[in-house]
Ligand binder design. Structure first.
Ligand code: UDP
Length: 461
């Protein structure tokens, strides 16, 4: 062993799966590390790094890229999820090794790889160079537990009836991550999600973007079997503890937000009056569902702000976007500064697909939700939103058509914006806002975990 009197400065490579919902939390966690004096390099795929807007003006974290085998076009160029993952799993580790070697040759040796749990092969690369290996969950404890049970063979899939897992409410098939109920839908992705757990017994850390108090029993269950720590919510500091200077936004964005139009429009609306609708960066709604949603918003007669990505725009009912009575009540944008919208006093309700980042943001900013989950982990998040955190309602799906109808949407909007339900949601919103804020504040559960992680990084180097 070398006897170096100067220990290496901790330097984490933070490797993200290339989607907005994975880059945001990992970047945000990186900022917390940087704040504590750890050097950080964010790593994603070449194709994704080309798409990211915003960048270094918002964050001083350097960005490096590895290859997924599709440097132009990413997953869209692969033809199928199977082809994409197969190539990525081959080329990804090779180019990650090259990156580590390049950084060593530039005298910037990494001491730790914090990798998205979707990419378990990164642990082998960490081990090859003798680095600390930390898996990062961008999903909540409950969802991770379901996949962990699948991987260990403790849960029979596809799930066809109600199941009881440790520390969780009873989960019906409709509350389960979609891949667990309907294996056929995306076999490559279901394999990837289950495989996250294939080598976790060998990691040094499992860091989960959630708050201990949100799902205490499942977090405790994980802590018994893994070196598991909660470190969230990874929401920019300005919206929570305000200890990171100028940390108002994530900093990297795949889509350009329509910032000024959105905020100007919101500022003209009364307090608590706006229904904000967004299905995140990936979900593709059925045309029928878009129409029902449009009609539901119209029937509710509320002000609404609706994010419809360009690729989804043609599914809107004709004339809905402009020139109709409805458009005087609503604004449709292709992307917006979601955090600022959720924090705005005009916000009344968030109609969401229940992506984990959106859910955590709503809990952190005290926004009641209407849960319309689409796929992957979203149904489980919706179950927690309605039954555990009691921060929203989930309108039922019309079984024959497979969509939530406009009547149900209108009904739920009314319930959440008026009367007793509104009162309960508001009270719970205040409660979870305080809990999430305290968690990352000085001495909070996540703050202490981050501190321990950083201390250990120093000790290891
Ligand atoms: N988001 C945003 N503007 C929008 C819609 C979404 O900034 O108009 C952000 C949102 O704040 C969240 C992320 O995009 O951080 C979406 O992540 P989530 O996990 O909710 O859903 P996904 O896109 O992964 O399905």
């Amino acid at each position: 062993m070398e006897d170096s009197s100067e220990p290496l400065q901790p330097h984490c490579l933070v490797l993200s799966y290339p989607t907005q919902g994975h880059i945001n939390p990992m970047l945000q966690f990186s900022k917390r590390l940087l704040h504590r004096g750890v050097k950080v390099t964010l790593v994603t795929t070449t194709s994704m790094s080309k798409t990211l807007h915003g960048s270094s003006s918002c964050t001083s974290i350097p960005l490096e890229a590895i290859s997924d085998g599709f440097d132009v076009g990413g997953i869209g160029a692969a033809g199928s999820p199977e082809a994409y993952l197969e190539r990525f799993w081959k080329v990804g580790p090779e180019t990650l090794i090259e990156l580590v070697e390049r950084l060593i040759s530039r005298s910037l040796p990494p001491t730790c790889i914090i990798y998205d749990s979707f990419l378990p092969w990164a642990l082998d690369v960490a081990r090859k160079f003798g680095l600390v290996g930390a898996a990062f969950f961008t999903m909540p404890c409950a969802v991770a537990s379901v996949f962990c049970h699948c991987q260990k063979g403790w849960l029979e899939v596809p799930v066809k009836k109600q199941v009881l897992l440790p520390g969780m409410p009873p989960l019906d098939p409709q509350d389960m991550p979609s891949f667990v109920c309907d294996e056929g839908s995306y076999p490559a992705f279901s394999g990837m999600l289950v495989n996250q757990f294939s080598n976790l017994d060998k990691v040094d850390w499992v860091l989960c973007n959630t708050v201990y108090e949100l799902d205490q029993e499942v977090a405790d269950w994980f802590m018994k079997i893994l070196p598991f720590r909660t470190i969230g919510p990874t929401v920019p500091s300005t919206f929570l503890d305000n200890r990171l200077e100028q940390d108002k936004e994530y900093g990297f964005s795949i889509f350009q937000p329509d910032h000024d139009t959105t905020m100007r429009w919101l500022s003209t609306k009364p307090k608590g009056s706006v229904v904000y609708v967004s299905f995140g960066s990936m979900a593709e709604l059925k045309v029928d569902q878009m129409h029902e949603l449009a009609m539901g918003l119209e029937r509710s007669n509320c002000y609404f702000l609706w994010v419809v990505r360009s690729s989804e725009a043609e599914k809107l009912p004709q004339g809905f976007a402009k020139g109709t009575e409805t458009s005087q009540k609503g604004l449709i944008v292709t992307w917006c500064p979601q955090l600022e919208v959720l924090a705005h006093e005009a916000l009344g309700l968030f109609v969401t697909h229940c992506g984990w980042n959106s859910t955590l943001e709503a809990l952190s900013l005290g926004a009641p939700m209407l849960a319309i989950p689409q796929w992957t982990d979203q149904p489980t998040n919706a179950k927690y939103i309605t039954d555990v955190w009691k921060m929203g309602l989930r309108p039922p799906v019309d079984e024959e058509r497979g969509v939530v109808t406009s009547e149900e949407i209108e009904d739920c909007i009314r319930k959440v914006t008026e009367g007793e339900t509104w009162k309960t949601m508001r009270e719970n919103a205040g409660k979870w806002r305080k809990i999430t804020k305290d968690a990352v504040g000085e001495g909070g559960s996540s703050d202490r975990n981050i501190e321990k992680f950083v201390a250990k990084l120093g000790a290891k180097t």
